[in-house]
Design a protein around this ligand. Structure first.
Ligand code: PEP
Ligand code: MN
Length: 338
């Protein structure tokens, strides 16, 4: 942390700030220039609360220079993390992962039909929610564990891995036998109790960016899982809420290269929630892969218009098939494959 003092800061004010920094357990290195004094904190700065110093008398600006996340930071594993799944599938390596399936598991016929078609198109993971975080308590809430069992059977019958959302701690245990990857949804990115419990769960976790979360907050949330001993975390950009109303969310494609710069964790793009519109899913999926995403997660349904949730952003199987074919070309252009 660097504290830049105002040009007119007095010696008394400077001493006061130094004292406050020392009290936080850091060593202070002072540089007095011709017009301004700079105070650099060295030591355990990760947990420092910058706002504590911003309002002290004589302070101009406070900057953080070392990252507040240690395990998720690039420096922890400069070579990058590759998350490996039971059947040898990897996320974070040369291959771009494709996860696809309905927003919600609805019934046996639906999930078996979609599993077959996404597999044929080239997906490696079957997605589908058994526990649904719906904005309205009256909307379809998901089939729960019985639905998840159906998805597990459909996935295994087609050689696919299973990814499904966990909303609360009590669901971890019953979900464990039926998922290859837990998904933490945007609404739970800062459910710190849940994140902590996913540390010892020892199954990969796809952590979605909260709709009002900064990239730093996303990385700090991943730190909760990693500090519990689970380093198999995959981040997901699924759009953030902005003043724009033309799309459901604003899909922040730039988050992909930013995460690549700051962290060793893989990141996938979710153009379905990122846009909210079926016709915009393919362009943003292509953009995500072009920007360096390690995978995409897309909503696909045999009868997309009639999907129980997120119908407007759900692709028909034919559209998904076409998209994967396009993504193969883009992946190749950026030195990857599908
Ligand atoms: C989902 O994947 O269906 C979902 C609810 O996503 P998000 O948490 O990104 O809204
Ligand atoms: Mn959805």
């Amino acid at each position: 942390m660097i504290v830049a003092m105002q040009e007119k800061a007095t010696e008394e004010q400077i001493d006061y700030v130094i004292e406050a920094m020392v009290e936080e357990g850091v060593e202070v290195h002072r540089t007095t220039g011709e017009t301004q004094t700079i105070l650099a904190a060295v030591g355990p700065t990760a947990a420092l609360d910058l706002t504590k110093f911003e309002n002290l008398p004589g302070v101009l600006k406070v900057h953080r220079i070392s990252s507040p996340y240690k395990l998720a930071g690039k420096g922890f594993r400069p070579e990058g993390t590759v998350v490996e799944f039971a059947n040898g599938v990897k996320i974070g390596g040369e291959k771009v992962a494709v996860m696809a399936g309905p927003c919600s598991i609805e019934n046996e016929e639906q999930i078996f039909e979609i599993a077959k078609s996404v597999k044929a198109a080239g997906a490696g993971f079957l997605r589908g929610g058994a526990f649904k975080p719906r904005s309205s308590p009256y909307a379809f809430q998901g089939l729960g564990i019985p639905g998840l069992k159906l998805m597990f059977e459909a996935a295994r019958a087609n050689g696919l891995l299973v990814i499904s959302e966990v909303m609360e701690i009590s669901q971890i245990e019953p979900m464990l036998p039926y998922v290859d990857c837990f998904q933490v949804g945007a609404r739970n990115m800062q459910n710190f109790n849940l994140l902590r419990e996913l540390g010892p769960a020892k199954k990969p976790v796809l952590l979605k960016r909260g709709m009002a979360a900064t990239i730093e907050e996303l990385l700090l949330s991943s730190e909760y899982i990693m500090s519990g001993g689970n380093y198999d975390v995959i981040l997901c950009e699924r759009g953030i809420r902005t003043y724009e109303t033309a799309t459901r969310n604003t899909m922040d494609i730039s988050a992909i290269p930013v995460v690549k710069k700051l962290s060793h964790l893989p990141i996938v793009g979710d153009p379905s929630h990122g846009t909210g519109h079926r016709d915009m899913v393919a362009p943003m999926a292509r953009a995500a892969v072009a920007a360096g995403a390690d995978g995409i997660i897309v909503e696909v349904h045999p009868n997309a218009d009639k999907a129980a949730s997120d119908a407007a952003q759900t692709l028909y199987p034919e559209q998904f098939e076409k998209l994967v074919a396009e993504l193969r070309v883009i992946a190749k252009a950026v030195g990857r494959s599908i």
